[in-house]
Write a protein that binds this ligand. Structure first.
Ligand code: GTP
Ligand code: K
Ligand code: MG
Length: 505
């Protein structure tokens, strides 16, 4: 229903009559009217395929293909019907047919669904039959959802949630998308809009009727406090460490460290396939090797990088440059260290690790601030059990050092503990998408929210000097918030004015 229509069209185009083809390719812009149809289930052979129809001629399409008039079909109930070609009357399939009279449908229009057997010949037969009816045309990509938006069934954040749900690959992504599709994020933004709308209405009323005793004292003070409170709230929502966006597009997790520390070995263990070359030759990895993995239900983009060292080799030098760049942009860095290189005195370990971190993360990064980092002391099989435990004891008593764990990629020893630590780190980065207020999920939202904060700042800046200019800030803020949900309506401000004041009686 959402993205398949365009691609499938190319496959089924040969089966569709010429007049329909012309209608499709000659219409340069998306015609909002007409009745549209499309295969809504995925591509390929399958048990059941769903073909959706939406628009004023849906009932006509149902009657022509099934012989059932709308009165014979109970709304939203599946009916087993013979589906025939309207001209040849040839039986195309027997399948389930559903009738969704508007406005109680996904698009808000009269709609119908044909659940047919998922073979290519059945699907093309039904699509061709629908295309042969006057007033029906194939849907453009996303057109069903676009109609739902125009009918006020979904706001833009819900449309985006639906898109994310279709593309969700991990559990947490699905939860976040479902929550957004259910309107949680849209409601948060609408609530802010509502408050701002009231502020604007009050400010405008004050400008127009300031002298009038109908305007209560302290009205503007109330606006002031709402505006500053809103500004703080939006800023807090913006400074969420990109939680929602990270969950949507994947946590950038980077494996970094000196050559031969075992970065590629660890990458292969995490993604459970030989994605990167492992060899005893220092400087094996040159390019950034990216793999997508699911860690504890969260999407992670895992990157293996070139070992960090000074080198004369220009190819390797470029690899090291790319590695440093990847670390800079990472959400979480795993610093891999060859534990055989740890100093013999366990008390010297913290300083050794600090140096190592400084070199890996970047020279002047405050180590205490390097929250988003885990140290993996690899090759623990090369140390004795006593060495490992005495180093652990020292590290446990050392404050302000990122978490560390011993691991052997060779024997698998310590792997469970490492994965548990990694999962908890990723979970705390993304957070539970169902807990607390919904997260910002798109860069598009961020842009508009930043504009809104700036606009509220304009109100605060001009409030004492020029109330008209200050009110303009509120209007700008409202427009920015409205752009997120796709609802910007100056009439609504008048509604608030008329509701809150009995101006002119
Ligand atoms: N003994 C032991 N050897 C290991 C362990 N992990 C990796 N190695 C070996 O260490 C060598 C280097 O491993 P890689 O995974 O290629 O190391 P790397 O950090 O990716 O190296 P570069 O890409 O060259 O920077 C290989 O010979 C591995 O077999 C381990 O836990 N114990
Ligand atoms: K290597
Ligand atoms: Mg490597």
């Amino acid at each position: 229903m959402y993205f398949v229509a365009g691609e499938l069209w190319r496959i089924f185009a040969p089966f569709v009559p010429r007049n329909v083809l012309q209608r499709r390719f000659c219409s340069s812009s998306l015609a909002a009217e007409g009745t549209i149809f499309a295969l809504s289930s995925g591509q390929g052979r399958c048990g059941v395929a769903v073909i959706r129809v939406s628009g004023p001629d849906s009932a006509h399409a149902l009657r022509t293909l099934t012989g059932r008039t709308r009165d014979l079909l109970t709304p939203r109930v599946a009916h087993l019907c013979s589906i025939r070609h309207p001209r040849s009357h040839e039986l195309l399939d027997r399948g389930l047919v559903l009738w969704f009279p508007g406005p109680h449908s996904f698009t808000g229009e009269d709609s119908a669904e044909f659940h047919v057997h998922g073979g290519p010949a059945v699907i093309s037969g039904v699509l061709q039959a629908l295309g042969s009816l006057a007033g029906l045309r194939p849907a453009e990509a996303g057109e069903f959802t676009r109609r739902a938006f125009h009918a006020g069934k979904l706001d833009l954040t819900e449309v985006e949630g639906l898109g994310d749900l279709i593309h969700a690959e991990t559990e947490a992504q699905r939860r976040q998308a479902l929550r957004q599709m259910a309107g949680d994020l849209g409601r948060l933004y609408s609530n802010w809009s509502q408050q701002l709308k009231t502020c604007l209405a009050h400010a405008e009323a004050f400008i127009d009727f300031g002298e009038d005793e109908l305007i209560e004292d302290g009205l503007l003070n109330q606006v002031d406090s709402t505006v500053s409170q809103l500004r703080v709230e939006i800023q807090k929502h913006l400074h969420d460490n990109r939680r929602g966006e990270m969950l949507r597009s994947g946590v950038q997790l980077v494996l970094a460290g000196a050559t031969n520390a075992g970065k590629s070995s660890l990458l292969n263990i995490i993604c459970q396939r030989p994605a990167a070359i492992v060899s005893p030759v220092a400087g094996t990895t040159r390019d950034v090797v990216e793999t997508h993995v699911d860690i504890g239900g969260f999407p992670v983009v895992l990157s293996d990088t070139a070992g960090l060292r000074d080198t004369e080799d220009i190819v390797e030098r470029e690899g090291v440059r790319r590695a440093r760049l990847t670390v800079e942009n990472a959400d979480l860095t795993l610093v891999i260290i060859d534990s055989a290189l740890l100093p013999p005195d366990p008390h010297a370990a913290p300083d050794f690790l600090r140096d190592h971190l400084r070199n890996t993360l970047s020279a002047d990064k405050d180590l205490a601030a390097a929250q988003n980092c885990l140290m993996v002391l690899n090759k623990s099989d090369l140390l004795t059990r006593e060495q490992v435990s005495s180093i652990c004891r020292v590290l446990n008593q050392t404050p302000r050092l990122p978490s560390a764990c011993f691991l052997s990629c060779l024997t698998g020893h310590g792997l469970e503990e490492f994965l548990t630590l990694l999962r908890s780190k990723v979970t705390s980065l993304c957070g539970d998408p169902l807990v607390g207020s919904p997260s910002l999920t798109q860069a598009r939202h961020r842009t508009h929210l930043e504009k809104a904060v700036k606009a509220l700042g304009q109100y605060q800046q001009y409030r004492e000097v020029d109330l008209a200019l200050a009110a303009e800030g509120l209007r700008l803020g409202l427009t920015s918030l409205g752009r997120i949900t796709g609802r910007v309506d100056p009439e609504e401000i008048l509604d608030v004015i008329f509701r809150d004041f009995c101006i002119g009686k």
